[in-house]
Design a protein around this ligand. Structure first.
Ligand code: VG1
Ligand code: CO
Length: 564
């Protein structure tokens, strides 16, 4: 059927500025008339001439409002001259799967429908994020261009008669004629491409043997928790179908729900408490793992819920990559971490003689280094780990990498960590989050800190708490120059560094949908004292951090909402 597009008048909405990872707002905001349409049109406007005749990947974590958003994308993309949309069935694609598809199909980019670890459902959050042709999140200059368009948009293009009802439910290709050109919608299996990629990277035969056990080795008993997020479909295909895990005992919450079952799909000790409790209660579990809503984050715990910090996880993987076929073939180039992430991996890089990079928070900052062949493995303290196999962090990849290391070393999670600390010493790390503070209060706190670091008296000053004294050696607001394209990212977090190497970092979150979340990162290194409780070890430094920032005075908060 020949279809015709129309131009629809609209007005700009305030605040359509992409944050750390795309635009995130309450569902009801995205539901406002023209709101989602405007943002999609602005993505295409920012891409300019490249849009005509292009192919885009579309999918997300299946949260509430995804289907409506996909229908809007189909109608707007077709009207803008996009040649083809490749869409995950039912709109389901994990963030790592989108990244992989963009790269495999060599297309212009992808639109990811997710607010990641933020809660979903009609009362909660939705999100839209654009990924560029390398498969990674849009870099700042692309997000800035999108934002500029949102401030001046006056109309969007739309194909009103394009029938999208149930289109994405069934696999297959449909061709339309819009304004005289072909427009194709291909609905693909959500998992096939990603599963094939994992099979290239890892030795599935070895991993299956680990999970099933042999005459000489009992089965390695895992509990993989998808937290009702998108990874459920991938977990079933990979862990159950391919690796032989039990659908009853080794996996849980693997049916994606559009409200994540009313939980916060964020894999940390607070929000993944269910998993922690199950692993604690059943001492036959050797490893527990959880993912966030869109499948790019991971949490790893060992027997009895022995917790692996993401900073340590990164360092352990860096130290053992050679047991993974992908790295044997492709070599191991540099390592990187986001600035607030503890520096455990830096020690591994130094020992192995690899380049090491420290970038601002957000996966988009790793992409250029990977494209330039200088970065193989990287991570963030926020439960993100990944490699240059794609340009997003990758939760399932991280668990398969851990299982590869465990299979290779034939040691438990805890033994591996303790061995690692024995060699390198330990970076104790914790993060305090104060969620949904008043924006004004949070801004005042940051202004207070900014003033402090610019005063002449801070460096050299000592603070004492619970019998420990820390002397400030340096203080700044982190800024980063990308070594590849020399773009500059300023104001990426206040850092207070102490003479003994300890650090305090303060940032405001860029992924929330309302209010402000203050993050306080606390990090200190011990060469020999490696077996203490992290919360006990870091308590004095936490106190110092609260005193310096006057957090209680500004926010009225006595305690953080989440500690990781
Ligand atoms: C948080 C994390 C950051 C991560 C980002 C996206 O950002 O701190 O490390 O890259 O979320 O993760 P912020 O600005 O709130 O601190 V995801 O899994 O929500 O896309
Ligand atoms: Co995520």
């Amino acid at each position: 059927m020949a279809l015709t597009s129309v131009n629809i008048s609209t007005n700009p909405f305030e605040g359509q500025k992409p944050g750390t990872s795309g635009l995130r707002k309450k569902v009801k905001v995205f539901m406002e008339k023209h709101y989602t349409e405007n943002f999609i049109q602005c993505i295409l406007n920012a891409l300019g001439d490249k849009v005509k005749g292009s192919t885009l990947i579309v999918g997300g974590d299946g949260r509430y409002f995804s289907k409506q958003a996909i229908n809007i994308i189909i109608r707007i993309a077709s009207a803008n001259g996009v040649a083809k949309l490749v869409i995950g069935q039912l709109g389901i694609l994990s963030t790592p799967a989108v990244s992989s598809l963009i790269r495999n199909h060599k297309v212009l980019g992808g639109i990811v429908l997710t607010a990641s670890h933020n809660p979903g459902g009609i009362r909660n959050d939705f999100g839209i994020k654009y990924n560029i042709e390398n498969g990674g999140p849009a870099p700042d200059h692309v997000s800035d261009a999108i934002y500029d368009h949102t401030k001046k948009i006056s109309e969007y293009k739309f194909t009103p008669k394009l029938e999208t009802d149930r289109l994405i439910d069934i696999l297959g290709t449909t061709t339309y004629n819009v304004d005289g050109h072909d427009f194709v919608v291909e609905v693909i299996d959500s998992t096939a491409d990603y599963v094939a990629l994992m099979k290239q990277i890892f030795d599935f035969h070895k991993l299956r043997t680990l999970i099933r056990g042999t005459d000489k080795r009992p089965p390695f008993n895992v509990l993989i928790d998808s937290m009702n997020g998108v990874t459920g479909v991938y977990v079933r295909r990979i862990f159950v179908d391919e690796l032989g895990a039990s659908p009853d005992n080794n996996v849980c919450r693997i049916v994606p729900l559009d409200n994540f079952g009313e939980i916060h799909p964020d894999p940390n000790l607070t929000y993944a408490k269910d998993l922690v409790d199950k692993v604690k209660a059943n001492s036959t579990y050797d490893l527990g793992a959880a993912f966030d809503g869109d499948g790019d984050r991971n949490m790893i715990i060992g027997k009895n819920a022995f917790f692996v910090t993401p900073s340590d996880s990164l360092a352990v993987l860096a130290n053992n990559l050679e047991c993974i076929p992908y790295f044997k073939e492709n070599g191991i180039h540099g390592f990187a971490r986001s600035m607030p992430t503890a520096a455990a991996v830096d020690r591994v890089a130094a020992k192995l003689g690899k380049e090491m990079f420290e970038v601002p928070t957000g996966w988009k900052y790793f992409g250029n280094l990977m494209d330039a062949g200088r970065l193989s493995l990287c991570g963030e303290e926020s439960f993100g780990t990944g490699s240059d196999h794609i340009r997003e962090k990758d939760g399932i990849w991280a668990v398969l990498a851990w299982l590869s290391v465990i299979e290779h070393k034939n040691m438990s999670v805890e033994e591996i960590l303790k061995e690692h600390w024995g060699i390198y010493g330990r970076n104790y790390f914790t993060r305090y989050d104060y969620e949904e503070c008043e924006s004004d209060a949070a801004n005042q706190l940051m202004e207070h800190l900014e003033k402090l670091i610019n005063s002449d008296t801070l460096v050299g000053k000592s603070y004492t708490a619970i019998g420990k004294t820390y002397k400030i050696s340096k203080a700044d607001n982190f800024s980063y120059v990308d070594p590849i394209d020399e773009s500059v990212a300023k104001n990426q977090g206040i850092r207070i560094l102490f003479e003994d190497g300890s650090r305090l970092i303060y940032r405001l979150s860029g992924t929330g949908s309302s209010g402000a979340t203050i993050r306080l990162y606390i990090d200190s290194y011990e060469k020999d004292n490696v077996l203490s409780d992290a919360q006990v070890m870091l308590k004095p430094l936490v106190e110092v951090g609260l005193e310096i920032s006057q957090l209680k005075k500004f926010t009225g908060r006595d305690a953080p909402t989440v500690i990781t």
